[in-house]
Every structure is written in structure tokens, then in C-alpha cells.
Design a protein around this ligand. Sequence first.
Ligand code: 26Q
Length: 818
Amino acid sequence: MFGLMDVFLKNDPITLQKDILDHVEFTVAKSRFNFDDFEAYQALAHCVRDRLIERWHDTQIHFSKKDPKRLYFLSLEFLMGRSLSNSVINLGIRDQFADALSQLGFEFEVLAEQEGDACLGNGGLARLSACQMDSLATLDYPAIGYGLRYQYGLFRQVILDGFQHEQPDYWLNFGNPWEIERVHITYTVKFYGTVTDEVLNGEKYKVWVPGEMVEAVAYDNPIPGYGTRNTIDLRLWAAKPSDQHDMEAYNTGDYVDAVVNRQRAESISSLLYPDDRSYQGKELRLKQQYFFVSASVQDIIRRFKDKHKNFDEFPEKVALQLNDTHPSLAIAEVMRVLLDEEHLGRKRAWDIVCKIFSFTTHTVSTDALEKIPVDLMGSLLPRHLQIIYDINFNFMEELKKMIGLDYDRLARMSIVEEGAVKNIRMANMSIICSHTVNGVSRLHSELLKTKLFKDFYELWPHKFHYKTNGVTQRRWIVVSNPSLCALISKWLGTEAWIRDIDLLIGLRAHVTNAKLHQEWKMVKKVNKVRLAEYIETMSGLKVSLDAMFDVQTKRMHEYKRQLLNILGIIHRYDCIKNMNKNDRKKVVPRVCIIGGKAAPGYEMAKKIIKLCHVVGEKINKDNDIGDLLKLVFIPDYNVSVAELVIPGADLSQHLSTAGHEASGTSSMKYLMNGCLLLATEDGSTIEMIEEIGKENMFLFGAKVDETAALREKGPALKVPLQFLRVVRMIRDGHFGLKDYFQSLCDKIEGENDYFLLGADFASYLEAQAAADKAFVDEERWTKMSILSAAGSGRFSSDRTIQEYAEKTWRIQPCRCNS
Ligand code: 26Q
């Protein structure tokens, strides 16, 4: 008889070599005596995939046997990046694989570089989902992620002559070993059509007769936990034409048109929309949202019904997490299924809905809240529009009883926005129907309560909470910074911090130890070398390792104020140009690095990218400046580029105008890597101050309660002369393209300066000067760097997930030990 242990795939070097070669021969179909790096990567990936599937299977069987309450994490975006290194590290078999490969004449790191990124998301929200999946698996929570399997991920950014161009990311071109296609797990998703009334057993029911049907096919992506056998599922849906699609057309003999029409179905999951609010109200986007919601809800209900005869226990077994409003149609969909298909009756259906949904918002401004035109909703999802109207009618009636006939407030809180175009307010629906509304940092939550959702907070204060975001130390230290990982484990005397981040604080005990300082600096040096090499291959620019590597990487957005950074660089350049030889000796050399994508339709963000290039061109070519200042733009910033850039940074900038960044998560990654922060008191930075102390950061700028008064001052607002001078330089064509940059300058001068660049400029320069001063005192800098990493524990997604599990989802770990 076999015991369970006997059927595990073995991980000794001989077995691994054999398995890799077998995959070379039978999966990649190459000769085992002749294969290149990419083919070796493919074989290796399949070998890892086998081991993932084994654990994934055991986990699913275990969950199914225990039938715990499960978390269903609904998100339209997951920014997973590469999987190979992360998987072997989480499986605990990285070194074994590296050994086996070296005996075959390959280097693990070289093969890992062959993998392309899975960019199924835009930025913060999407990478947060990926970090949270890693934490859910590691902490043994019975969770499933649901999303869309886009054929085209986020566009690739190509820079031509300093301008951003977008190219399609057809990421599945070379196959994807990390997914398992489930041809038998499919659901039909309906669109358009009409709703009729029917009578069944004397009861009246609504019947939705669809006008179009599309199949959703499941693709499972195993997500392994670290230090556990648990491997959870990220299930992504792909659209395929339904066999019932256009039967009519076939019957009428319109064969060619019918086949062409079938192709159209696949377009639903074809592309990820770039984060640009102007895309709101597009039919294809709404179709995507409903497509993935409907397939997921069918899957969830099928799983529940496999074990339960009726819906009594549904809320004790199911928690549905809405990652922003993008999946919020799930509310109307669950209601529809319970009413029209399960015939539960309105009261019971509504009771269930109110108990299962939780909603997290990632937005700070009312303008950015998602709205769907009623006409569009009514045509694509006629039954859902009825249901939403019904929910809203009942809510309005209840509300009138509670607050009286305050029509302004009723109008503000209604799900339906009246006006020239009637809209469905997805956030209002999400708040009304969820038991919990979470913000992503403490400050964000305060803004939700006092501004964005004030009316709702006053009605239901108990619903409003926050779970400060976090990032996974597995990806952001262990995978991306192996030298730092080894150093931390050595000084803490344990690797346990990889699962228990609170242990990081133990580094504080050694903060003055000269030996640690020496090793710490060495690690930073190694990572700076790696980054410098990347910069050189990419741009041909040689940068000095003695310079401070000063980095700002994030999506390009006016509120994130990359422009403030560039204006600061111009000011620095101008100062150096006007210095005598002696003063120049005191200048702290800097390599300024900026990276990030602009949404394709976001003119101003694209201008900022071009400005960065022209300024960089001028400075980098100026022999008079030499190594004192360099400005590099890193193109196509994505997860794998971040893994390279973050460990090599000395200083990172987080410059959002206070009150505009809901949380910010890149700062957490930099902090964990011992990079000092130059930041405004915004989003999660405020909580970082408490963890590492303001003396270890470079803070500047107006605070959130000061911005309104500054804006009100309008033309009376004093801006420093240096600010006017640098803007003037751009206006006068000092960097070329005089006309092109006028509109950009107009936006930051006088009353138009909504994001307060002028108001914050003096304080920004002071913070920069403080950073320079600290950097020349190597011992002080290293101490600050160690304290940054030591104090970063609170910003692990393990902490975030544990809080969600205990306070919001009320789920328990379910560890699979077999
Ligand atoms: C909406 C409609 C149509 C098309 C696209 C979108 C869309 C897509 C993505 C709207 C917003 C997003 C992404 C938002 C986002 O990433 N927000 C960030 O979330 C992070 C995680 O909570 C926070 O740290 C950041 O502060 C927040 O900006």
C-alpha cells in the first residue's frame, strides 16, 4: 500500500534532473542533448508546475473534506509578475533546483530571466491582489481568487524620442506553464435580451430571455504558500463562443456570418483596460465585469450546492470580497440567482446578500467613483437593472423613515444618479449591500468617513473600517533581494521572519553594530551594481556607484507629482551650474531614476514623461556636470523591473499631494529593502512615521488639513522664486519643445496649481537637502536604513490579511498537512 508521502514527487538532485530532461523531451519536444536557455526554462517551469499541481490537489481535497467558510476574492486585476522564482522559494526547493540545473550546465538565475511577466493589472490595486493571494496561501486560509484571463495584459511602454508609445502585450505567445486549462469547467454567461413574467406553482417569477450567450472557461493558477503545503487557486475566466450562440444564424444558412460572430465572443476577455477613468461607461468594460462576476458566482453556488441542500448555511460558508467597485455587479447577480433561479423569495435573498459581501475601496476622489449609464445597464443586463432599482427603492423607503424628507441627502445617497444622463453609482450600491466597507489606510478611512461617504458613515458608522495595505516579504525581499534575505536571517539567527514578519524588529538590537553596518552596505552595493548594469544596457548611460540612487517609480499621474521631482532636478542642475569649483566638491552626487506608465489617453502624464526625457538628455550630456547629477527614465516599469530597481535604491520618493494617495504600496517595498523615504504625509506614510520615527524619514509638504486653505488662497499664495525660475526655464525652451510644454507650465502656475507644486516646493527642497546631509554621514545613513527595514513589519500583507480574516471575512485557517 502507498502512504500519501510515497506519492509525493521527489526533490533530490537526481530526480529533479531526470524530471527536467523528461520535460525537455516530452513537453517541450526537444532533444535532451540539445536545448537552449528558453527551452530549459520551459522544462524547468513544467517540473515546478507538477509539484504545484500535486499540492494544489491535496489542498483542494482537504478544503472539500473540511468544508470551511471560504473567502472568494473578486478582482478584475491581478499583477502577478513572474512565477518561477516565487514558486520554488515558496515550495522550499529553490536550492535543490539550482543544484540540479548546475549539474546540467545551466544557471537558475539565467533561466528565471527567460520568463515574461503576467501583467493582468494596472498598478497598486492589482499588485495588492497578488500580494494578498500570497499571504492567503501562506496563512492557510481557504480562499479562491477570481479574475479574468486577458489575452493582452497591460500595454508595453516603448519610448521613442522621449515619447511614450503603447504596444500590445500578447503575453500568451510562448505558452503559459503556470495555468491549467479546465475545458470541463465552463459556465454560460448571458447578455442583452428581455425580461418576462412567468407563473410557477402559483408564484410569479421573472424570466430573463438573453439575446447573447458566451461560455466562460476556467483557467486555474496555483498559488503556493510559503512554509506550508497549502496551495490555493486563482481561477481566471476566458471567454469562448457558446454552442448555443447564434443557432438562429446557422439555421437560416448564414454560416460564414455566424462563424465570424463567434469570434466576437472571445473579445470579452481579450484586453485589460488601462486605468483611465475616461474609459468609464464603455460597453465592453461592463461586459467584462459581468462576464467574470457571473461565471464566478455560478462556480461559488455550484460548490456550495455540492455540500448543502438549501441556502440556510450560505452566509456561514461564503465570504465575497469586492476589490473596488469593479466586481460589484456580483451583488445584483447573487440576488438574481437566489430570486429567479433558486426561488428563495425577496426577503431571504436580501438577508443573504447583506451578510456575505465586503467592499474595499481604493479611491479618494468622488470623480473617480465608478458610474454606469442606466441605458447601457438596461440594454446589456435588463434583469440586473430591475434588481438594482428594486434594492434602491427599498433603501430609499428605509432611509426616508430614518432621516425624513431631506431630498438633497436622499439624492446623494441614491444608487441612481439623476441628471442629463442617468447613472448607476456602483460605490453606493456596494456600501448599501456590504456588511463592511474598508479603506486601505487610516487616513484614507478618515477621508471616506468625513468626505466621500460621509452620508453613509453617519447612517451606518459600524460598517466603516480600514485595513492598511501591505506587501508580501516573500516576493519583495526573499525573491528580489536574496543578499538582504540572507543577511537578515543571519543576524536574526532564523528564517522565521519570512512567515512571521514581526521578527524583523529584532534588527534594531544590532543597529549600532559595525559588522552589521559593513555587511548592510555591502548588500546595498551588490544591488546597486545590478541596477547600474541594467541602466547601462538599457540606456547606454554609465552611472557612478558612489552617487545616491534616488528613485521614483509608480504610475504617472499628476497627483503623484513626478513633475515636482523633475522640477527639483532642474533646480539642482541650475544650482550646480552656478557653483564654483569648491562648492561643487560638496555636492552629493545623485542618480535620479524615474519609471512608470501613463494611461494611453492621459495627455498631461505623457507630457511629464517627455519632459523627463528632455531634461535628462540635457543634464546627462552636460560634461560640466559629470557624475554630480544624472537623470534616467526606466521604460516599461513592471513587476520584474521593480524587483531589480527597488533593492538598489538608496532613497525613494512618494510625493503625492496630501489626501490624494489612498495608501501607496511601493513605499512599503522600498522600506523593507532598507531604502529611505522622502515623502509627504499622505496615505500609509502617516503610519510609517509611527513605526520608524520621523527622524528616520525625510518628510515635507502641506498636511491633508492644510491643502484646502492653500488652494483657496489662489493668486495670493506665495510660491518661492526658485519655483518660478525653474518653470520659466521650461517655458523659455531651455530644454527644447517650448510650445509643447506651455500647457504643462500653465497647469502648475497660479490658481491652476491644483496639486500644490508651488506651495510645497520650498519644503520639498529642504527635505532633499536633509537627505543629502544624511547621505554623506555614512554611519547615520546606514543606521536609518537598518531602522527602516526593521520597522517595516506592519506593512506585510500577512498582517493585512490576518486582519481581514478575523475582522471582516471571519474565516479560519485550514491547513493541509498531508
Ligand atoms: C476603472 C474604470 C474603467 C477602466 C479602468 C478602471 C480602473 C482600473 C484600475 C480604475 C482604477 C484602477 C486602479 C486603481 C488603483 O490602483 N488604486 C490604488 O490602489 C492601491 C492599493 O490599495 C493604493 O495603494 C493606491 O493609493 C491607489 O491609488
